[in-house]
Design a binder for this molecule. Structure first.
Ligand code: PEP
Ligand code: MN
Length: 266
């Protein structure tokens, strides 16, 4: 299997925009931004924050895989165009989610990384479409999937012809209801041991509450992961999705300060 260490013993090098993760790079990429792109004003505020902190990767959802059809579904193509504008103006690499295979062409045009969300991890239409491009694909682990199933999702992309795959652990569902999900750090060690793919962690979706995101981020760095995906919003209280888990700008700045002694974040 192409993702296994038996096939290739070294961790693969994968590009997120201009930044290389994995391999011998030693980089810890911080991919951050709001859960959803909501307006030009909002995404510009996020961009200014990232720029002020020297970060280069902006995330934001435009096609949101919401559990309810009555919740905010994302700005769609309008949102992608806003991300594209930020990418051009600030030189960011942009990470955004495809909820459906029909979104892939638009995302390729406007972004650098195609995110396959936890709910879409089993969607072979999306995975096969991702395999036909050379864009980096960030696959999030389904919250009810085994590690083996997670890696097999990556195999669909790798075997279809796209070697640029990054795995993202974002929490799995357990019996615990006090936190939104449970960040599977054992699983991360398994992925590092058995696979050759870079691994990044998403403490925001795992925890579900802003108060735990900084501590978990430091735990992830201590584990030696290739990156973090952290949600941050100019005003989380009024966020149109995932309001409770997004850091405000002050909290995010403080988090990065505590990370800088333990990781050279890009
Ligand atoms: C997201 O990154 O905003 C998201 C929807 O994540 P997940 O697919 O992990 O739930
Ligand atoms: Mn989110």
């Amino acid at each position: 299997q192409l993702a296994s260490r038996d096939y290739r013993s070294e961790t693969r090098e994968v590009k997120i925009g201009n930044v290389t993760v994995g391999g011998k790079s030693g980089n810890t990429i911080v991919i951050s931004g709001p859960c959803s792109v909501e307006s030009e004003e909002q995404i510009r505020e996020s961009s200014e924050l990232l720029k002020s902190l020297g970060l280069t990767s902006l995330r934001g959802g435009c096609y949101k895989p919401r559990t309810s059809p009555y919740s905010f579904q994302g700005l769609g193509l309008e949102g992608l165009k806003l991300l594209s504008k930020m990418r051009e103006e600030y030189g960011f690499s942009v990470v955004t989610e495809a909820r459906d295979a029909t979104h892939i062409d638009e995302i390729i045009e406007h972004a650098d990384v195609i995110q396959v969300g936890a709910k879409a991890m089993y969607d072979q239409g999306i995975l096969r479409a991702c395999s036909k491009t050379q864009k980096t694909v960030l696959i999030k682990r389904g919250f009810g999937s085994t590690l083996q199933e997670f890696v097999q999702a990556a195999e669909f992309v790798l075997s279809g012809g796209n070697e640029n795959v990054v795995l993202c652990e974002r929490g799995i569902r357990t019996f615990e209801t006090g936190t939104r999900f449970t960040l599977d750090l054992c699983g991360v060690e398994w992925l590092k041991h058995y696979t050759n793919l870079p691994v990044i962690l998403d403490p925001s979706h795992a925890m579900g509450y802003a108060y735990g995101v900084a501590g978990l981020s430091r735990a992830c760095i201590a584990l030696g992961v290739n990156g973090l995906l952290v949600e941050v919003h100019p005003n989380p209280k009024v966020a149109k999705s995932d309001a409770s888990q997004q850091l405000n700008h002050e909290e995010f700045k403080q988090l990065l300060q505590t990370l800088s002694p333990i990781a050279s974040s890009v």
